[in-house]
Design a protein around this ligand. Structure first.
Ligand code: FAD
Ligand code: NAP
Length: 500
């Protein structure tokens, strides 16, 4: 929602550094009971609990990008689930550290008298304990059914083998980071993640190889020993090692990437090329985004960005070579933008933290489509880049691919030339530019996203053809677009909206 002037994230960071007592407790930390928390449920006195820590968010109200009403939904309660649903990636610990009131008090439970058996029987009757126990048994079973790992060595190599027993295992589902004797290997399986995290016994070189036997789901991580010595163990387990848990319960992992180039795309948008560290194996799947993290004025700030390709390949015969080393980001630099201004000030050779990929788009959504329609607003074009490439290269049943690209002015259109070239080259692809603030010379379409514009351009190639419509842009653009599409009779399953 639009915030009042002087209420940007930078203004908030300044306030947190001003020395003002933002928690209202003059630096004291207290234990907060549920009863106490529930009393602070008003705009002028609002406490919220996130992951067991209670924050006085009253001074933050006017600075919340999602608005005061959104924040009030969690007033006086545990807001962890709501927070995770909306923006799990936001670094609240850093942003709200001056608002910290204290920890939630542990609920006292009257312990039963008697021996261990009585205590166990008693515990088993508490619903929360039952849920934890069942969850534990369930996930342990899942883990043993699906995962196990093993390792062996030769004179020069250490090989770690994970048997995922997944038929559709592929390189995008395996993320490995090996730096400074620390190994982290994460395997993604739907909404779960399996982790190997070890402080290695001895040093290894920076080259890491990942081999995947897709049909049987076997994953090999191969490390090169620095010294030709026999390892007694693989190393010391880190926190979370050998666990199989929900992805949302696993914290975001970041690695430092080097900025290797920065090229102009339009007057305000640049293509940033980041290089992954040598020991990292990471491929960002089509339709997913990463988070970038920078320290700005002493506060950690995190923002999502969707990787693109270095250019739109015109020859769609072969999938473009993903070198596995570079990540390309097309980013609009806002003149008052906190994060993008800091990003624009990075020099070639500087480092920035990049997270593991996230997102709920699945390639299978396109794989059975006959018509693919892409509605993009401004930099909402970014997820469409890999999607276009994937659709035209690998989806044989596709008959038409249409991009309807909304921008303010002609100067704002990203990769216009490349898109026009592609439309000339591939008969299945068509692009329509629509401007909301055109100059008087513009002879193309103009207007904002609307029901009439969509009914003109969004059409099935045949009466019953299977269609997928993907939409991405400013939040209100996406919300309105989805509503218009539904009003035009498209079903929820036929629409994918890219959001955070
Ligand atoms: P901010 O400081 O947040 O502000 C940016 C500008 O917007 C300022 O001019 C400000 O005045 C205005 N503004 C800020 N908040 C509001 C508001 N509530 N109402 C009205 N105006 C406001 N961007 C890209 O360029 N490329 C991408 O690939 C990309 N991928 C994304 C993927 C996802 C999943 C999401 C959710 C967003 C993506 N974004 C992308 C947007 C990006 O995450 C940032 O929001 C953007 O870069 C602005 O960050 P900033 O800190 O510079 O701007
Ligand atoms: P922009 O230039 O401000 O706008 C692009 C087009 O969208 C313009 O035609 C603009 O028309 C229209 N538009 C803007 N706000 C609108 C609204 N409220 N209702 C209807 N139409 C509207 O866009 P931008 O600065 O590049 O911003 C791109 C947005 O995409 C950002 O918000 C970014 O977060 C989002 N994004 C999301 C993802 C994701 O995966 N979720 C990925 C990339 C980008 P007007 O003349 O009316 O402004």
């Amino acid at each position: 929602v639009p915030l009042k002037p002087g209420r940007s994230l930078m203004d908030w960071i300044r306030l947190t550094k001003s020395g003002k007592d933002l928690s209202g407790l003059k630096g004291r930390l207290i234990e907060v009971t549920e009863d106490e928390l529930s009393k602070h449920n008003k705009k002028e006195d609002c406490w919220i609990c996130i992951r067991g820590f209670v924050y006085n968010v009253t001074p933050y109200m006017e600075y919340h990008p999602g608005g005061e009403d959104e924040l009030m939904k969690a007033a006086g309660t545990d807001g962890t689930d709501l927070f995770d649903q909306v923006h799990r990636w936001v670094n609240y610990e850093s942003m709200l550290k001056e608002c910290l009131v204290g920890r939630m008090a542990v609920k006292p439970i009257a312990a039963p008298k008697g021996g261990l058996l009585h205590i166990l029987i008693f515990l088993q009757q508490i619903p929360e304990v039952q849920i934890v126990v069942y969850k534990y048994i369930f996930f342990s079973l899942l883990y043993f059914l699906f995962y196990s790992y093993d390792w062996f060595q030769t004179d020069s190599l250490i090989t770690i083998v994970i048997y995922t027993k997944q038929k559709d295992m592929n390189a995008e589902l395996v993320i490995v980071d090996c730096q400074d004797k620390q190994l982290r290997g994460e395997i993604i399986m739907d909404d779960h993640s399996y982790l190997i995290g070890v402080d290695l016994d001895h040093a290894v070189s920076e080259d890491v190889t990942v081999n995947i036997a897709e049909k049987v789901g076997k994953v090999e991580i191969i490390l090169n020993k620095k010294e030709n010595i026999h390892w007694k163990t693989l190393g010391q387990p880190q926190e979370g090692h050998n666990t199989f848990i929900k992805r949302t319960d696993r914290g975001l992992f970041y690695r430092k990437c080097k900025l290797v180039s920065k090229t102009e795309v339009t007057h305000d948008t640049k293509l940033f090329c980041l290089m992954l560290p040598k020991g990292t194996h990471l491929c960002v799947p089509t339709g997913q985004h990463v988070y970038l993290k920078q320290i700005i004025a002493g506060t950690e700030v995190v923002k999502p960005y969707t990787p693109v390709l270095p250019f739109l390949p015109l020859d769609f015969q072969e999938p473009p070579c993903h070198d596995g080393v570079h990540i390309y980001l097309m980013i609009k630099i806002y003149s008052h933008g906190l994060f993008t201004q800091a990003l624009d000030h990075l020099q070639i050779g500087d480092y920035i933290s990049v997270s593991n990929p996230e997102g709920n788009f699945k390639k299978s959504q396109v794989q059975t489509s006959e018509d693919l329609l892409l509605l993009a607003g401004g930099t909402g074009f970014t997820p469409m880049v890999k999607l276009l490439n994937f659709a035209l290269t690998e989806v044989s049943c596709l008959r038409t691919v249409k991009l309807i690209f909304f921008n303010k002015t002609e100067e704002d259109i990203l990769w216009r030339n490349q898109l026009e070239q592609l439309a000339l080259k591939d008969g299945r692809f068509e692009v329509q530019f629509i401007l909301s603030q055109p100059s008087k010379d513009w002879v193309g379409k103009q207007g904002k996203i609307s029901s009439s514009l969509l009914s003109e351009f969004v059409k099935r190639s045949r009466k019953d053809s299977k269609v997928l419509i993907c939409i991405c842009g400013p939040a209100p653009f996406t919300e309105q677009g989805v509503q218009y599409l539904k009003d035009l009779g498209y079903s929820q399953e036929e629409i994918h909206a890219f959001t955070a």
